[in-house]
Design a binder for this molecule. Sequence first.
Ligand code: F6P
Length: 539
Amino acid sequence: MATPTSAPQPPPPIDETPTWAALTAHRDGLAGTSLRHLFAADPDRAGSLTLEAAGLRVDLSKNWVTAETISLLSELARAAGLEERRDQMFAGTPVNESEGRAALHTALRLPAGERLEVDGADVGADVHIELSRMAAFADAVRSGRWTGATGEPIRAVVNIGIGGSDLGPAMAYHALRPWSDRRLTFRYVSNIDPSALHEALVDLDPETTLFIVVSKTFGTIETLTNAGSARRWLVDDLGEDAVPRHFVAVSTNADRVEAFGIDPTNMFGFWDWVGGRYSVGSAVGLSLMVAIGPDGFDEFLAGMREVDEHFRSAPLEANLPVLLGLLGIWYTNFLGAETVAVLPYADHLARFPAYLQQLDMESNGKGVDRWGRRVGYATGPIVWGEPGTNGQHAFYQLIHQGTRLIPCDMIGFAQATDPIGDHHDRLMANLLAQTEALAFGQDSDDPNRFFTGNRPTTTILAEQLDPATLGRLIALYEHKVFTMGTVWGINSFDQFGVELGKVLASAIEGELPTDTPLAHDASTNAAIAWYRAHRHPVS
Ligand code: F6P
């Protein structure tokens, strides 16, 4: 008699594993220990907990960990199947189970000629065909060979997109401005607030402006609204025939691009296996490539690739993204931290925390695991931050003397990208001083001047903020997020949580210009009524 086949049993929730229990006991055993004690007890601590790989120096020693913590956390990662799932991700297995898709952003940085076959297609070859098209276009714009409809060279590039179609290229452009062609102006428009588009276009000349409309789906209301208004701005001045010289699109949806009125020959493609927040290395980064040139973009991808290779091959105990992720698990699940601050000591990285907010919070802000079970433990932390030293004069007070645990990532560079006098030494002195003050505090008889110390930081240093280093930092955090999601047993690659608000907004939008009866809750009804009474009709 045939035995009925049964669905594979889901693994036990991670918080019911023996390693989780061992970590809980280990945490209890460390209670009362401070960073001062840990440093005093182990003269080799700084050396043994500082790792250098892929051009990054990561000092974990000012964290509440011992060698045993790292070993237990690595065991937890193995229990969660991190190595298997990592290999599946790199191989193109549909690790985004809820949408039946691969998450193959690592294929975007494969070296030319390296095959990766997924469903019969060589995705490595596809990636390089698109990169070559982008490079030809970027070179044409940069050299002035690509002109506007009146024959003028392009002087301003306006990227219209939102979420992953904005944050990646906007963050990277700002980070790499010293490497950009300064004859060109770059603007990033994301918000549907008309002020965003107005401010972007107010001093631009349609004859010399190029729009890159970026949307994976080409169905995102903010992007289509902004792109439609930008198109009218152009057509009012130069006429309909000018559109093909001033609009290009980046999307996975050629039909919608064409329906919008952009010639598909002016479209750069990517694939459904590239998640929006993982897409800056694809054609979504076209504005960045125009800014820093195809060679700079190659270096950016090469930096990502270095970290990919490290993540794939280094043992978990010496694997930078894995260790950052496991520290995140340690603080979130065993020590009750709700947040992580990312504090780049580089003004060019001002948008990096915002970029990481989407990367981390959209990926790991989930309450259901991959087997459909509601999780019984905390998942994605609240990510925030601002560049140092600015933050020192704003919110660091709370990090130093407040009542909350806020692990901080401090990011700094050995060399200034725009050196002036001794600014850079002063900047870096501040980064280093903050990590020292946070870890070791200061004794004082005056309670107001007493610093407890024992506040954890991870210091990430690199030679210089250049295209390769930015690529390394992005991949470092991508794989950190993946590590955490895998330990939690969640799918880091979908984002159903953003849908409900979109559906409700679309219903309310139709109600605003009317006086139809409202059937929302009392608060929403009253707010709509107030808005109806005060709004200006659309002109
Ligand atoms: O609403 C969230 C989201 O889907 C993000 O995941 C995505 O990066 C963004 O919207 C933009 O989507 P698209 O590139 O399809 O316009």
